[in-house]
Write a protein that binds this ligand. Structure first.
Ligand SMILES: [Zn+2]
Length: 404
């Protein structure tokens, strides 16, 4: 096990802080498109910002580091702890806002709205990415016989996730068992972007609506086809159970609280998750769309990486989904890794993150992305050629359905 090299997470810390420190230890990645700017990998030494609270006692961090699979996963656990205490507990309290029937609905609405806005702004992105990496490799180290620890590992997906609009127990089926296994391949991966016109807002709207309304059925059918009846039944039960819980709470306990905590959150989560996946797989090279180096790209030196467990390194995440998040930045900067990326002509941007890239594409701002394109040894291109290449990778990919 590696020793931790992380500093305590700080809300105010940004990767730019590191620029004031010596940059000699930062790995050189490449240059911008015309070679006028040298690009170092600032993510390697950036302070974590996944936790909203700026400081935790050293003994708390030391204790968690002993219990987690990797010492850095202490931040994953602390992110979950913050989400439980500051999102789930207040969310449950919404159901008991007022016992006065006349005032109940109105007060519930406003309390729910405040809860919704604050928790989405502070925790949605942080929790989603904590859940993501936790689903790949459990944060708490647990042997098969250690049932208590295994229960702790189940809390994020079964207890916390519904308050972020993700039905209990469903994330693994959609993300790990489907998206990673089929790697954005049309038909097999329901969230595939291959066949969409990826610079079209209308095509994205259709993509989002399909997920929002058909995912419960389509995902269960997908599990039946590729994993068998047991997983299909489990998957469907989790979705149906979540829906039943919302329906019961809506009808019998507090409709406003049920909608704010479980229904409206689901709409926002579906939009965030789908736009996130759309943006991550927005540039797909038509020459080899199933190649992980060509179906997604890498974002370095974005402050969002420090809030999302270095999620910008999506190529590496697809190449090896069990690679630990804390090693992405340093591994990416290795000579061999960069050479492999260059050989595959993988796209790398700096100073932007996936949502920025998705928005730039939707708004037709490819020249803005070309300014942030990193040349690190791959085929040399002028700014105009970069824009042409990005356009080429936006074209819908059509292929013979019989070949799938
Ligand atoms: Zn993943």
């Amino acid at each position: 096990m590696r020793s931790s090299t992380r500093s305590p997470p700080s809300q105010n810390a940004s990767n730019r802080d590191d620029e004031s420190e010596s940059t000699t230890a930062l790995p050189h990645v490449g240059t911008n498109h015309d070679g006028s700017r040298i690009i170092l990998n600032l993510d390697v030494r950036a302070k974590r910002n996944e936790c909203v609270f700026p400081r935790y006692p050293k003994w708390v961090i030391a204790f968690l580091q002993k219990k987690t699979n990797e010492p850095e996963d202490a931040w994953v656990v602390l992110t979950f702890l913050e989400c439980f205490l500051l999102v789930v507990v207040p969310g449950v309290m919404l159901f008991f806002v007022d016992t006065n029937e006349k005032k109940k609905t109105r007060r519930s609405f406003w309390y729910g709205l405040v809860w919704f806005v604050i928790t989405r702004a502070l925790f949605l992105q942080r929790f989603t990415l904590a859940l993501h990496y936790h689903t790949h490799v459990n944060a708490v180290r647990a042997k098969k016989s250690e049932h208590f620890k295994r229960c702790l590992n189940a809390i994020p997906t079964f207890i916390i996730a519904p308050f972020f609009g993700i039905p209990a127990g469903i994330y693994w089926y959609h993300h790990n068992a489907m998206h990673h296994v089929h790697g954005n391949a049309a038909y097999a991966d329901l969230s595939s972007t291959e066949r969409s016109r990826r610079d079209s807002a209308f095509d994205f709207f259709k993509y989002w609506m399909r997920f929002l309304f058909l995912a419960p059925i389509e995902l269960s059918m997908n599990m039946l086809k590729y994993r068998g009846l047991v997983d299909a039944v489990r998957c469907y039960s989790n979705v149906a159970g979540s829906f039943a819980a919302w329906w019961y709470l809506n009808a019998n306990v507090n409709a406003s609280a049920a909608n704010w905590t479980l229904a409206y959150t689901h709409v926002i989560a579906s939009l965030g998750l789908m736009f996130g996946n759309w943006s991550q797989h927005i540039f797909v090279c038509p020459d080899d769309p199933r190649n992980d180096y060509k179906s997604t790209y890498t974002c370095i030196n974005s402050f969002e990486n420090q809030k999302t467990f270095d999620d910008g390194y999506h190529v590496q995440h697809h190449v090896d989904s069990r690679m630990h998040w804390s090693t992405f930045a340093s591994n990416f900067s290795r000579k061999e890794t960069l050479e492999k990326h260059a050989q595959e002509d993988a796209l790398v941007f700096e100073g932007v993150h996936f949502f920025d890239v998705g928005l730039c594409v939707m708004l037709g701002k490819l020249d803005y992305l070309a300014e942030r394109y990193v040349f690190y040894g791959q085929k040399k291109r002028t700014k105009e050629e970069i824009v042409m290449e990005l356009k080429r990778r936006l074209e819908p990919i059509e292929y013979d359905i019989k070949r799938r």
